[in-house]
Design a binder for this molecule. Structure first.
Ligand SMILES: [Zn+2]
Ligand SMILES: [Zn+2]
Length: 158
């Protein structure tokens, strides 16, 4: 858990370090399904005030680095090669590189069922969970295997 003041301070620090002081501005937005956004037209990075306070300090850094990488890679890079290389160089370790709700990029727990459906959790899963995409009812054959994300991803991008 963190505070908005801490998020803002971290944003200003990371943005000054990677984008140069004063070239981009920072603000909070009211998004509920994505953690951050990079507004190229206004040269502004925003972070959801609703989601920010639920994140750990590491998560906050990851959100900010994700958006700073967009600012550096440019609007046409999307989440492609160029953005991925930039983000990895900054220390971004998230792996969910798609244009869906960015919040799931940050969930520390990823689970996979035997059929390959992915699931995300912010908290340590404490009891066996079966994949609801495979079967509406609990079925032990569809048990989700969980792994904590950061370590493995860090190794992958090192
Ligand atoms: Zn993105
Ligand atoms: Zn499944």
């Amino acid at each position: 858990m963190t505070t908005l003041e801490a998020v803002r301070a971290r944003a200003e620090h990371l943005m000054a370090a990677h984008l140069g002081a004063g070239s981009w501005s920072f603000a909070f937005d009211h998004a509920k399904t994505r953690a951050g956004q990079c507004d190229f037209a206004r040269r502004r990075i925003t972070v959801s005030r609703h989601l920010a306070v639920r994140f750990s300090e590491d998560d906050v850094d990851q959100v900010l680095l994700h958006e700073i990488a967009h600012a550096l890679a440019g609007p046409r890079a999307g989440h492609g090669q160029r953005w991925r290389r930039t983000a990895a160089a900054l220390g971004y370790t998230g792996s969910r590189l798609y244009d869906g709700p960015v919040a799931s990029e940050l969930a520390p727990w990823i689970g996979t069922c035997p059929a390959g459906h992915e699931h995300f959790r912010y908290r340590t899963p404490t009891r066996p969970l079966a994949c609801a995409a495979c079967s509406r009812r609990f079925d032990a054959r569809n048990l989700i295997t969980w792994r904590r994300r950061d370590e493995t991803e860090r190794r992958a991008t090192a």
